[in-house]
Design a protein around this ligand. Structure first.
Ligand SMILES: Cc1cc2nc3c(=O)[nH]c(=O)nc-3n(C[C@H](O)[C@H](O)[C@H](O)COP(=O)(O)OP(=O)(O)OC[C@H]3O[C@@H](n4cnc5c(N)ncnc54)[C@H](O)[C@@H]3O)c2cc1C
Length: 380
């Protein structure tokens, strides 16, 4: 079943990226996982290879490709059993705020560096007291002349250590309605008053640098506001759909890779004189896991096609984010049980994959929040 129409150009891009990952990423993953971060130069190599921000206009140095190129990047990174290199977050979540809502000057200043990998980006919404509840943010942004002064703190920010540019959601305290008080600002990380806090020691996505960020009278030019004042919440709502879809693509591909790996393991591992793939209980488990990923792929690809055609798919995207990430967890869990002892050894990619998929139901909007959104839009 083929839902998405990949052209020979897409396939050539995938082949080139797969070779790049095998050469530049896979041999280094174990070290990056230990370091808790990836070196900046892998971003530049990705950029030079044409693998970042593939949708952006060639005028800025981009490929001008459709969303399928983004899907290929997320799939190939996920397929490699590696989640650390947050290219999808950079290319398909953060940079689109600049390309969609930025003015000419902002686009010219930042997009070429985002494409080349010289500028690594992050988005800072979450705060110690405000995760799911974006309206509960307390980071403030007050205009003083032609500058804006930001105060507050953010936490769990992906690319927080490597980032050169952070899109920060902050509110104007003079506006009472929390949904109208929020604006988005581009903060360059060299700005006085910006500081990085702890580099968080996570159980999964270990090679992705997730950090606390602090803003203490951090002054930025008013020209660094993205879009209109007070439109922050609307901009986030517009873009979060794509973030959740990319998350579903990553979850489905991770689950597929786990199933492929564990089938191979079961076929090639003998217990009591016969392959692990022969007992009927194991066969049923493997068939159920394979069915899960096929259902996930069909649903996800249909939504990618709808998204590319500009359809409103808030309900379905929320469903897909929660269902595919739970499915990936289910599949990873069963794979661990099928493998047994060996699955607990760090030498196997399944161990890392199990940790990595566990985290996916929490970020990009928790799965409970996804169900809440679906319920609201279903009129329940
Ligand atoms: C690895 C990782 C990377 C991240 N990267 C980023 C990033 O780059 N930028 C960023 O801004 N944030 C990032 N986050 C933060 C992430 O988006 C938040 O963790 C997420 O929004 C949930 O917030 P919370 O953990 O504070 O949970 P809370 O909002 O405190 O929720 C706690 C519990 O209550 C439930 N709950 C909350 N509200 C509702 C509701 N309305 N209905 C039903 N249940 C509810 C939740 O589902 C959860 O079970 C990242 C998190 C992780 C783990």
């Amino acid at each position: 079943m083929q839902i998405l129409n990949y052209t020979p150009e897409h396939e050539a891009f995938r082949k080139r990226l797969r070779a790049f990952i095998a050469r530049e990423v896979t041999p280094n993953v174990a070290q990056w996982e230990k370091d808790g971060i990836e070196p900046r130069d892998i971003w530049q190599k990705m950029g030079r290879g044409g693998f970042l921000c593939t949708d952006l206009d060639p005028a800025y140095g981009g490929l001008g490709g459709d969303f399928l190129y983004s899907i290929i990047v997320t799939e190939e990174l996920s397929y490699s059993f590696h989640t650390g290199l947050a290219a999808g977050l950079h290319s398909d979540v953060v940079v689109p705020y600049i390309s969609a809502f930025g003015n000419d000057a902002q686009r010219k200043k930042y997009l070429p560096g985002c494409i080349s990998g010289d500028i690594i980006t992050a988005i800072a919404m979450t705060e110690p007291g405000a995760g799911s509840d974006l309206a509960g943010m307390s980071t403030t942004a007050q205009q003083e002349g032609d500058e804006v002064v930001i105060n507050g703190s953010k936490t769990f920010i992906s690319n927080g250590i490597n980032a050169d540019l952070v899109i920060v959601a902050a509110k104007d305290t003079a506006v009472e309605n929390p949904y109208q008080a929020l604006s988005l600002y581009i903060v360059e990380t060299g700005t006085p008053g910006f500081e990085r806090g702890r580099h968080l020691d996570k159980m999964g996505w270990r090679s992705q640098d997730t950090a606390e960020l602090f803003f203490s009278r951090c002054r930025i030019p008013i020209a660094n506001r993205l879009g209109e004042k007070g439109q922050g919440f609307l901009m986030l709502m517009q873009k979060l759909q794509q973030e959740r879809l990319v998350c579903a693509v990553g979850a489905v591909t991770a689950a597929e890779r786990i199933v492929e790996w564990v089938i191979d393991y079961c076929k090639n591992t003998t217990v009591c004189g016969r392959p692990l793939s022969k007992p009927q209980a194991n066969q049923f488990a493997l068939v159920e896991m394979a069915t899960d990923v096929k259902l996930g792929r069909a649903f996800m690809e249909k939504l990618v096609a709808d998204h590319m055609e500009g359809h409103e798919i808030i309900i379905e995207t929320s469903m897909a984010k929660y269902w595919t990430t739970e499915m990936a967890r289910r599949v990873a869990d069963r794979a661990m049980d099928l493998v047994g002892n060996e699955a607990t050894l760090e030498k196997y990619p399944i161990t890392r994959a199990w940790r990595d998929v566990r985290v996916m139901s929490i970020f990009a909007g928790t799965n409970e929040v996804m169900k809440g959104i679906a319920a609201k839009f279903m009129g329940l």
